[in-house]
Design a protein around this ligand. Sequence first.
Ligand SMILES: NC(=O)c1ccc[n+]([C@@H]2O[C@H](COP(=O)([O-])OP(=O)(O)OC[C@H]3O[C@@H](n4cnc5c(N)ncnc54)[C@H](OP(=O)(O)O)[C@@H]3O)[C@@H](O)[C@H]2O)c1
Length: 220
Amino acid sequence: MRIAVVGGSGQIARLLHPLLVAAGHQPVALVRSESQRTALEALGAEVRLLDIENSDVAGFATAFAGCAAVVFSAGGGPDGNIDRKRTVDLEGSLKSSAAAQSLGIQRFVQVSAIDVDHPVSPDAPAVWAAYVAAKRDADTALRDSPLDWTILRPGRLTDDPPTGRVALGPAVARGDVTRADVAAAVAAVVGDARTVGRQWNLVGGDVPVAEAVSAAIAAG
Ligand SMILES: NC(=O)c1ccc[n+]([C@@H]2O[C@H](COP(=O)([O-])OP(=O)(O)OC[C@H]3O[C@@H](n4cnc5c(N)ncnc54)[C@H](OP(=O)(O)O)[C@@H]3O)[C@@H](O)[C@H]2O)c1
C-alpha cells in the first residue's frame, strides 16, 4: 500500500517509514518544509508538501492522491500553543478524515494519546486541557466516521531504543512507551483488517508487538 503519513517528519513517523518499507508498503511523508525532503527520502519515504494548518480538505486530498491508507501522527508539539492543539491535533485529523473519505480511502490509523476520554483535573494547565480535548474530539469524530479506523493511544513517549514489547488493549493502565515501539505498533496494525474499529491504549510491556495485537483482537 501507498500510505500517507500526516506529520510525516515527526519523531514517530521517522521511525515508522523504514518499518512500512520493510513490510512492503510505500510511505508518503507529508511535511510542511521542503528542507525535510532529503532526510525522509533516505528513510524510504516519498515526500509531499502539506501544511496542516494552512490547507483545506481539497489540499489534503491532493496530498493523499494515490494512497490506500492514512496514518495521522501529527501534533502541535510541546510549544505550549493552545491554538495549535485545535488547528493541528483536532482539525488536522478532521481534514485528513474528510479528505480520505472524498478519495474513497477507507483505511485510517490515528496516533492519539492515552486516557483522553477521562475528565481533566480542574487545576490542570490550560494547554494540557486543550491537548486532551483535541485528541478526545479527534478520536470521537474518527470513531463516528465511515472509515476503517484504528486508534492507538500511547502513554508518555520516550526516545529509548525499541523493546519490541508492549501492553496494548482498550483499558491498559497509563505508562511509558518508546516512540519506536509505537511506530512498530502502527506498522503492525495498518495492514491488518482485523484491527478495524479497535481503539487501544499502548504502553511498554512484556508481549511482542504482533502477539499483543493478535491478543487484543482475540479479546474483542
Ligand atoms: N509526547 C508524548 O508523551 C505523547 C504521548 C502520547 C501521544 N502523543 C502524540 O503522538 C503523536 C506523535 O508524537 P511525536 O513524538 O512523533 O510528535 P512530533 O515529533 O511532535 O511530530 C508531530 C509532527 O506534526 C507536524 N506538524 C505540526 N504542525 C504541522 C503543520 N502545520 N503542518 C504540517 N505538519 C505539522 C510536525 O512537523 P514539523 O516537524 O514541521 O514541526 C511533526 O512532524 C502526536 O500527536 C502527540 O501528540 C504524544
